[in-house]
Design a protein around this ligand. Structure first.
Ligand code: FES
Length: 259
């Protein structure tokens, strides 16, 4: 069930080409978890008519703030980059599955590309005190989340190659391949890269169980509320909506020809 709030832009900073915003939104900050997203539009207005989707980059229940990282090139959400501090926003947070490290996980590998990267940032920040975390990101020069937003204990590897460069980065050395030593992996990927993720795991692991690899699906979420069904993805449990049953899925549950 979605929850509706009014939020205010508290701070705006520019990190290379990305725009970071902190929003005062205490109710959301109290319950938000990594992998969750918010729907945003300027309050009170219907411009843009459709809500824009942003994966949360962080939440601090103590200050009552949540953080967004905005790519100004994003045709759906880039408009928010230009709004100044003090702007009031309508914010809706659907209650959806979040990233969940297993109780036995000690070393967590986060790897991703695309618009759900802020969710990996949130995951790293949320669990850095408890887990050993390595974060591997690929994106365009100047559009990757800045490592200094992360705790110093998080190891960060980045590449500015294309999307497939992520798997080159991960598998460049069979011996040092982080998939080999990770207790669990959280990917942030568009559907066309799921097959590469499976292959990358198979190159170093003969067996991998349910719960070993989760995916935060990076795909279009036009309504974000379960109405349009544009975001459907085929799983072992049938067609599911990324904005309601996801956006976090177990990689083994996704229907792929190579699984
Ligand atoms: S985005 Fe419309 S149903 Fe998921």
């Amino acid at each position: 069930m979605p929850l509706y709030y009014t939020a205010t832009i508290r701070e705006r900073r520019q990190f290379d080409h990305l725009v970071w915003k902190s929003l005062i939104a205490p109710e959301i900050a109290r319950t938000a978890r990594p992998g969750q997203f918010v729907l945003v539009r300027v309050s009170p207005s219907f411009d843009p008519l459709l809500w824009s989707v942003f994966f949360l980059a962080g939440a601090d229940p103590h200050s009552g703030t949540v953080e967004l990282l905005i790519d100004p090139r994003d045709s759906a959400g880039g408009w928010l980059a230009g709004y100044p501090v003090g702007t009031q926003l309508d914010v809706c947070m659907p209650v959806v599955p979040a990233v969940t490290p297993n109780l036995t996980t000690q070393t967590l590998l986060l790897a991703g590309v695309g618009p759900t990267l802020p969710a990996l940032l949130f995951t790293a920040r949320q669990y850095a005190a408890r887990l050993s975390i390595s974060l591997w990101l690929t994106g365009d020069e100047g559009y990757l989340p800045p490592p200094f937003l992360l705790p110093a204990t998080v190891e960060v590897q980045t590449s500015t190659g294309g999307a497939a460069a992520l798997f080159n980065l991960l598998t460049v050395s069979r011996v040092d391949n982080p998939i080999r030593w990770a207790d669990q992996i959280i990917f942030a990927l568009p559907p066309q890269l799921f097959g590469m993720a499976v292959e990358a795991i198979r190159t170093v692991r003969l067996r991998w169980e349910h719960g070993f690899a989760q995916v935060i699906v990076a795909g279009p979420l036009p309504c974000g509320l379960g109405i349009c069904r544009v975001c459907q993805i085929e799983t072992r449990h049938g067609w599911q909506r990324c904005c309601i049953e996801g956006p976090v899925f177990d990689l083994r549950d996704l229907r792929l020809p190579v699984l």
